[in-house]
Design a protein around this ligand. Structure first.
Ligand SMILES: [Fe+2]
Length: 191
């Protein structure tokens, strides 16, 4: 499922808390550390802001009945990192995908479910590649995950009865790319 994308919030109204979070992320990214360490430290900065009432504007919390919705909150000049909010109505989900860069996710509202996969190449599986599920996790409000390619294949969905909102920080320029997805895996999965 492809998200609907909204860039209208970018460059317009935002909150003081979000501005402060962006400053904290800039400090971390500016150190030039390896991707996995950068992701870990960004996650530490993101965590205290999750669940706070003054992080997002009402417009940045709006969903879309057709697809989960991506609101671009910040794209750092020079492309060093981007911050988005993803809004999921009940049952909405992503495709199985991986990412162009390191990524940090934090659940701001509701609960997200995530299934992680390992790709078994065609050469070791009788000519057909397939995905094997390796882990399934439930991420409640306040949960933070950080990861860096490779080995970051997953699917995410809203498994709760209410709207879910998560904050995502990527080490890439989402204002230029439009998405953090490197590849969608349209191959058989065991579940
Ligand atoms: Fe993802």
């Amino acid at each position: 499922m492809t998200p609907s994308t909204d860039s209208t919030a970018f460059g317009t109204r935002t909150t003081d808390r979000l501005t402060g979070l962006v400053d904290e992320i800039r400090d971390v990214v500016g150190r030039g550390l390896p991707p996995d360490i950068t992701a870990y430290l960004v996650g530490e900065r993101l965590g205290p802001h999750l669940g706070t009432a003054d992080l997002l504007t009402p417009q940045q919390r709006e969903g879309d009945p057709e697809h989960y919705r991506q609101h671009l909150l910040h794209a750092e000049p020079g492309g060093g990192f981007s911050v988005v909010a993803l809004v999921w109505l009940p049952g909405q989900r992503t495709s199985v995908h991986d990412h162009v860069s390191w990524c940090v996710t934090g659940v701001h509202e509701g609960e997200e479910r995530e299934r992680r996969y390992r790709l078994v190449p065609a050469t070791t599986n009788g000519g057909r590649a397939r995905l094997v599920a390796t882990e399934e996790v439930v991420n409640p409000r306040g949960a933070v995950c950080g990861f860096a390619p490779p080995g970051d294949i997953h699917r995410v969905w809203n498994g709760c009865a209410d709207t879910a909102i998560s904050l995502h920080v990527y080490g890439a320029d989402i204002s230029r790319l439009g998405t953090s997805v490197r590849r969608v895996y349209d191959v058989p999965a065991d579940r």
